[in-house]
Design a protein around this ligand. Structure first.
Ligand SMILES: NC(=O)NCCC[C@H](N)C(=O)O
Length: 304
């Protein structure tokens, strides 16, 4: 294999992983370059007053910084970006993948519907089997469905983007318990903006983003000493929108109280500032989609 001259470090790492045997057990993550990223419409409160205000160079640098950090820990795959689809960079909303199966997103936001066919085509090329999903049931993928390995369940958010009908369907398709949580604050419109299951059984979340019944459900399933609760300011820094790989956690901002809790939990925070993407209502977790670790063929589906 010939490496391009001046290939960035991450490129070399990814090519090395492309040559790795199928036993590569590193995390695999799907990303989409921000070539066409912008705020062109308003579909969540973060986007208000942000139309035309994103800076392409800065967005590219922030995304690249996140990518380089992740490339040290995980094998990365890329779905090509497309003109006119500024939010496609948020691959968390491509679908929900567990094992070999994907539920491709059915967007609530009509502005994002054209992304569905592009994501579906990528999943099919990558060899995933696509689960049947009713057209009328909105479900925005891993933005609203988070697999909690420690508990063997899927936390499902609904109320803004995904329908309340989604969790029972998810439960049936993946044969895994799905726990529905109602989101009540429009700033925390996707579950991944306000809740993050962590390795070791910790749960990072912002309680006020949920209705009372959902807060009770969380309290029943997660013992108090495992709950890391953020206040409004902390949550508004997109600290819950985090990616945990091994003992590292990548996030847009890490307020001091959270940093202490994470370190006590044995996790090392890595701050990758993503202010340009926050203008669109997303940060680290939204820019990534976790894929199953053992599909060696994914590393050939590269952007360039
Ligand atoms: N929270 C996520 O999973 N994704 C961020 C999506 C941002 C995009 N502007 C949206 O409102 O759909």
């Amino acid at each position: 294999m010939t490496l391009r001259l001046n290939a960035p470090l991450a490129d070399v790492a990814e090519r090395a992983s492309a040559a790795a045997p199928a036993a590569d057990s590193r995390a695999r993550i799907l990303m989409c370059a921000p070539d066409h990223f912008a705020v062109d419409y308003v579909i969540n409160p973060w986007m208000e007053d942000q139309i035309g205000r994103t800076q392409r160079t800065q967005a590219r640098a922030q995304w690249e910084n996140l990518r380089l950090h992740l490339a040290r820990e995980a094998a990365l795959a890329y779905v090509p970006s497309a003109p006119g689809l500024p939010d496609m960079v948020f691959t968390a909303n491509a679908g929900l993948v567990i094992g070999e199966t994907v539920v491709v997103t059915r967007f609530h936001a009509k502005e994002r519907r054209p992304e569905e066919d592009l994501f579906r085509a990528w999943f099919e090329r990558a060899g995933f089997s696509t689960a049947a999903w009713p057209d009328k049931v909105a479900f925005e993928g891993a933005g609203d469905a988070l697999f909690d390995r420690a508990r063997g369940l899927i936390w499902c958010g609904h109320g803004w983007r995904s329908s309340e009908e989604a969790p029972p369907l998810i439960e049936r398709i993946f044969e895994t318990r799905a726990v529905g949580l109602r989101l009540v604050d429009p700033r925390f419109y996707h579950l991944d903006t306000c809740l993050c299951p962590l390795p070791g059984g910790w749960l990072l979340y912002y309680p006020q983003a949920f209705d009372e019944r959902s807060r009770d459900v969380i309290a029943t399933l997660v013992p108090a000493e495992f709950r890391i609760e953020l206040d409004e300011r902390e949550a508004a820094s997109f600290a819950c929108n985090a990616i945990a790989i091994g003992d590292r956690i990548f996030l847009n901002a890490c307020p001091p109280r959270l940093e202490r809790r994470l370190r006590e939990a044995g996790l090392s925070p890595v701050v990758t500032p993503l202010s340009e993407f926050v203008r669109a209502g997303g940060a680290a977790k939204c820019l990534t989609l976790e894929l199953p670790p053992t599909r060696a063929d994914l590393s050939s589906l590269r952007l360039k």
